[in-house]
Design a protein around this ligand. Structure first.
Ligand code: G3P
Ligand code: MG
Length: 602
């Protein structure tokens, strides 16, 4: 009987958790993304950089969104915590624990807490503190990674560090725990805040030994389990990448995949840990074995019954409908994420993004499908492609107006139709290995590679609005707005692009730096010849919320200089090499050690 109760409780909670987390993913994530875009725009920026972060955070709309966002998170956490405690107490009262029962019971309990506004706000704040506190180790690990965490642990283990750590832990610990108990107890005293606080404080004091050791023991097990999971996942990732990618680039791909893996698994741990901790605290406080000594001896049956929703049949149907909607939305969101997710993560996680110039033109003929394929293989974030129109108005990939250099045809691109251009050999002049490689249309490239890499489309003609129109139409038709930027050395082209679609990101290409170029309204970033970029140029642009992209860099020294002065994107013919130089060092060596460890040479 007890076993069955436990199984039901866990299943009910798992159902609830899956629903609530999927809902957050499918509804919360797009809302957050759109709000962020809106705030960036309202603050007058195109991008957030290190230099404009503070003014951005303190702009009126950002502040409002931060307050609203934190409130939403706090209420959601409160709801989750209420549900966890309800599951535990329904089980103790012998009431069947179900997902709909928990969902509606949790809402009812949360509503009661908010009947008194101050009480609701205080509880929500305490819950936020509790969650921030229990997630702190993983959040630190998420932002600072393995090396820094190791350093921080070493520092904390020395006498002064240990003292500070203990002092901070002990003081925040009590407040955080108080928040947890405040929620757990709520509803038992008809919402009398003073009584609740008193009981909470009494509970925390009375049970401190059990709580501290209970939580420490459980934390140690939980963290040990997560460390094992983290490294097992890493090993699995290395084995898979080594199997599916060519040996030459596998280390580079692993460097890139590692950042994404680290980010996703840490976010997963944070969201799981919060529930587990809530459950730990609830069971330590209301645990079966301590029933007689619980600080708030109340009639469990009455308590649990008080949160049993009425008219469950209709409510169950409503919840099933909501579950179906949430699952469908999550599926759509997944598709959108995987189509643009690579870039989203690259821009959020990487210091410098890497763009393959004219495709990975160091290893394949420029502006061909082979060069785009190689850029993807070499894990570039973006591929830069030059675009012109044929006589019949088709956008094709071509750098020079004359076809001769790459195809040996003595004509200009505006003299031939797309059907004719598609006959020419754009590979042999590079190497016999690429004989037969064609001049591709932009549409072909979108069709074949859309969603696999970001595109930097350079409009090569100055006075033809049709070029901007054709490219924007293609980007919209293939839904690549989030993974495309459009660049040109002709400012008017960018003005046309913005007229056609304000949301598209644009970059002004400059061969040298002059005057007040930062203020060019129609440009979200500047793509500048590397030799003209200085730290000052980067800082000035960043303060205005604009990025600096640097071209075309293939040498180690220049790559390192660009990283040091903080450019946002490096355009190179050799994306894999550039990544090794920029992100090499400690991480590259660790990954190489792991590769050797997992694939010992016979
Ligand atoms: O994106 C900037 C860079 O491509 C400019 O050089 O001559 O290769 O188009 P180019
Ligand atoms: Mg170009």
């Amino acid at each position: 009987m007890r076993q069955r109760g436990r199984k039901e409780e866990i299943l009910g909670l798992i159902g609830f958790e899956i629903f609530i987390k999927t809902a957050c993913l499918s509804l919360g994530f797009p809302v957050l993304r759109e709000l962020l875009k809106l705030c960036i725009k309202a603050a007058g920026y195109s991008y957030i950089t290190k230099e404009n972060l503070l003014p951005f955070l303190f702009s009126p709309l950002s502040l409002l969104c931060i307050v609203l966002g934190l409130t939403a998170v706090a209420v959601l956490l409160l709801f989750e915590m209420n549900t966890v405690s309800l599951a535990l107490r329904q089980k103790r009262a012998g009431i069947k624990v179900t997902f709909p029962g928990l969902f509606y019971g949790g809402i009812k309990k949360t509503k009661i807490l908010f009947r008194k506004k101050l009480q609701g706000a205080l509880t929500a704040f305490l819950v936020l503190l509790f969650v921030a506190f229990v997630s702190l180790p993983i959040v630190f690990f998420l932002f600072f990674g393995i090396e820094q965490t190791k350093g921080a642990v070493n520092m904390a283990m020395r006498p002064p560090g240990l003292f500070i750590l203990l002092a901070v832990t002990v003081s925040v610990w009590w407040v955080a725990l108080l928040g947890c108990f405040f929620v757990l107890l709520s509803g038992t005293e008809n919402g009398d805040m003073q009584k609740l606080l008193k009981m909470g404080i009494k509970g925390v004091r009375q049970f401190r030994g059990r709580i501290i050791f209970g939580l420490l023991k459980r934390s140690a097990i939980l963290f040990a389990l997560e460390i094992v999971l983290y490294f097992a996942g890493l090993a699995l990732m290395i084995v898979i990448v080594l199997r599916i990618t060519p040996e030459m680039v596998s280390a580079v791909i692993l460097m890139r995949t590692f950042a994404r893996y680290h980010f996703i698994i840490c976010i997963f741990f944070v969201s799981v840990n919060v529930v587990i901790y809530e459950y730990f605290c609830a069971s330590l406080f209301f645990g079966q074995e301590n029933r007689e000594t619980a600080p708030c001896p109340i009639e469990e049956n009455m308590y649990a019954q008080a949160y049993m929703p009425k008219k469950m049949r209709v409510r169950k149907k409503l919840l099933s409908l909501a579950t179906a909607v949430v699952l469908a939305l999550a599926a759509v969101e997944m598709v959108v994420f995987f189509r643009n997710g690579n870039l989203f993560l690259a821009e959020a996680l990487e210091e410098v993004c890497i763009t393959a110039h004219r495709g990975a033109s160091g290893g394949a003929p420029e502006n061909t499908a082979a060069a785009v394929g190689l850029a993807i293989e070499e894990a570039a974030d973006y591929v830069e492609l030059d675009v012109r129109l044929t006589a019949d108005g088709v956008a094709v990939l071509l750098h020079d107006a004359a076809l001769f250099r790459t195809t040996r045809i003595p004509k200009y691109i505006w003299e031939v139709t797309y059907a004719e251009a598609a006959e020419y050999d754009a590979g042999s002049s590079y190497s016999a290995d690429f004989a037969g490689e064609k001049i591709p249309s932009l549409e072909e490239i979108f069709e074949r590679y859309g969603g696999e890499i970001g595109f930097n489309i350079e409009l090569k003609v100055s006075d033809d609005r049709a070029l901007a129109e054709t490219v924007v139409e293609l980007v919209e038709r293939y839904h690549l707005e989030e993974s495309c930027v459009i660049t040109s050395s002709f400012y008017q082209q960018l003005v046309w692009v913005k007229e056609l679609n304000r949301e598209l990101k644009t970059g002004y290409i400059l061969s040298f730096v002059y005057g007040d170029f930062y203020k060019s309204e129609a440009a979200d970033f500047f793509s500048i010849r590397a030799s003209f970029i200085t730290e000052d140029v980067v800082k000035k642009a960043h303060l205005l919320g604009k990025e600096i992209h640097a071209w075309t860099i293939n040498r180690e020294n220049e790559l390192k200089r660009m990283k040091a002065i903080g450019v946002d994107n490096i355009i190179t013919d050799k994306p894999a090499y550039a990544r090794k130089v920029i992100y090499g060092g400690g991480l590259a060596e660790t990954i190489e050690e792991w590769i050797l460890l997992l694939t010992p040479k016979k």
